[in-house]
Design a protein around this ligand. Structure first.
Ligand code: ADP
Length: 501
């Protein structure tokens, strides 16, 4: 088992470099260069062998046919049987011809008569012997055969000795084919040429392979260079040497990768900027009440005999600054919780009408203090899937703002409606209104139209940021319309059924 594991590990290690683009390019270029050159060498050498053997066989066969004709014309075989004077004269001529042929092709020629008896052997070994082989039998039927034995380096040929005069007179085959010439010729010269050819091709091939290896190394290096540059540039950003957008325009592919990276980089930069701005804002907002507290406390300390009423008055101011600090911290915590708690939403089907009434009941005392009348209009009963805590925050913030930023004897109207998909929660007021150029900023953290006025009435500038986050968590929308000096209207639209992402 352990052995198997280590074997598997070895295979993985062996495969690992193959995942590298450089190795892949190297292997592909190498293979496309080497395979054809090797095949070419084999092709050339084999083709030469085939053609050379074929040519040799045909030329020998042609010459053998000529000799065969001479044998017929001289009645060589017929005379041999009788061993007459005519045979001895023809023997000399034919022997010379056969000898020449055998020497020329470094081979052996045997003449076999119709009794399968060897009447002539240029090696002088088998004369008088009988040879019956498949080829010889075939040849007596008129076929001339040719067989190449590559292993032993010779070609064996059979040539029928045909008497054409008898053949034309329509006699039967056996009498037409008077004998067979069985020839074997050496192919040593072909093999030697083949070896020379192979050696030369091998030298050429080795040179080509060396060139291809060089080319593969060069190409694999050059083609993967842009990707290494991307890594280098990203590393520079990672190590903090630069935060600038990077550029590697070598290939369309590198441009795409780099573009995507630059987009992530710019998103990160925006996030970082907004985080820094948020931290600066938080520090500033938290410092303001602290400064006031310190100023109030200091001024009490420098007075030796400050009257008790003054103490009381200053202490009340200090307490209200502490309350403010508390409020900011509470809002900040609510906002942070809103940002990170997408997962722990507690979605339940709730009666929105009841919920609104409960919230308005809680806020009416504040409205009464400012002499603001709160009106509730519910078009239809609504049950929707919402997170109760967050939905309460949305409603409370909007209605509270409408009361806070209202005129004396003003009114606030809350309207609930729904269609088959969404319900709407609309809060309109007869208040101060929001200047047009501020409308785009009211959802930003710590943004307040009139800082001092908002501070006076206890605003932190976080209410609408919290509201918007809560609406987005419910996959809803919030829109505002306002006329300065006349009033504002916020419209929140939330799906009746929660849409999980
Ligand atoms: P704050 O805690 O200061 O009320 P918000 O985020 O709730 O902060 O609101 C941001 C700013 O938008 C407020 O400072 C105020 O100037 C303006 N605003 C919000 N609601 C209203 C409204 N109903 N009428 C007029 N101005 C409003």
């Amino acid at each position: 088992m352990e052995k198997d594991l280590s074997k598997f590990k070895n295979i993985l290690e062996w495969l690992a470099p193959k995942r590298s683009l450089r190795v892949r390019i190297f292997v592909i270029v190498l293979a496309t260069g080497i395979i054809p050159s090797v095949l070419m060498r084999y092709g050339i050498v084999n083709n030469y062998e085939e053609r050379a053997v074929e040519q040799r066989s045909t030329s020998v066969q042609t010459q053998l046919l000529t000799v065969a004709n001479h044998l017929i014309n001289n009645h060589y075989i017929a005379n041999y049987r009788m061993q007459n004077a005519a045979y001895h004269t023809s023997e000399q001529i034919i022997d010379a011809e056969l000898e020449m042929l055998a020497n020329l092709y470094d081979g052996r020629v045997m003449i076999i008569d119709s009794n399968f008896k060897v009447v002539k052997d240029t090696y002088d070994i088998s004369e008088g012997k009988t040879i019956i082989s498949e080829e010889v039998i075939k040849c007596f039927r008129g076929e001339n055969t040719s067989h190449y034995d590559a292993e032993h380096g010779y070609i064996e040929l059979t040539t029928p000795i045909v008497d054409t005069t008898v053949a034309s007179s329509g006699d039967n085959q056996n009498t037409v084919v008077q004998g067979v010439m069985l020839t074997s010729i050496s192919t040593d010269s072909i093999i030697t040429t083949m070896e020379i050819l192979n050696r030369k091709a091998l030298i050429l091939e080795s040179m080509m392979i060396m060139g291809i290896v060089g080319l593969s190394l060069f190409l694999s290096y050059v083609m993967t260079k842009p990707f290494n540059r991307i890594t280098e540039e990203i590393n520079k950003v990672k190590n903090g040497y630069t935060a600038e957008a990077i550029s590697v325009p070598d290939y369309a592919e590198t441009v795409h990768i780099v573009d995507a990276f630059n987009q992530v980089l710019s998103r990160m930069r925006t996030l970082d900027d907004s985080r820094q701005e948020f931290v600066a804002n938080v520090s500033h907002e938290l410092k303001t009440p602290m400064t006031s507290i310190k100023v109030l406390a200091d001024s009490l300390l420098v007075q030796d005999n400050a009257p008790a009423e003054l103490y009381r008055e200053f202490m009340e101011d200090i307490v209200s600054e502490i309350d403010r600090e508390n409020q900011i911290i509470t809002d900040l915590l609510a906002l942070v919780k809103m940002d990170k708690s997408k997962q722990d939403l507690n979605i339940v089907a709730l009666n929105i009408n009841d919920m609104t009434e409960l919230i308005l009941k809680r806020l009416r005392p504040i409205a009464r203090k400012k002499d603001v009348e709160v009106v509730f209009e519910s078009v239809r009963p609504i049950v929707a899937e919402v997170d109760e805590v967050r939905m309460t925050l949305i409603m409370t913030n909007l209605v509270e703002n409408a009361i806070k930023y209202n005129k004396e004897h003003g009114w606030v109207k809350v309207k609930l409606d729904a269609d088959h998909q969404n319900f709407t929660f609309e809060v309109s007021d007869s208040g101060l209104g929001i200047p047009e150029d501020s409308l785009a900023h009211i959802y930003e953290r710590f943004y307040r139209v009139d800082k001092s006025h908002s501070r006076e009435i206890g605003g932190t500038g976080l209410g609408l940021a919290i509201t918007k986050s809560a609406v987005l968590l419910h996959r809803g929308t919030i829109t505002v319309s306002s006329t300065e000096g006349e009033g504002t209207s916020f419209l929140v639209k939330i799906p009746l059924n929660y849409i999980a992402q």
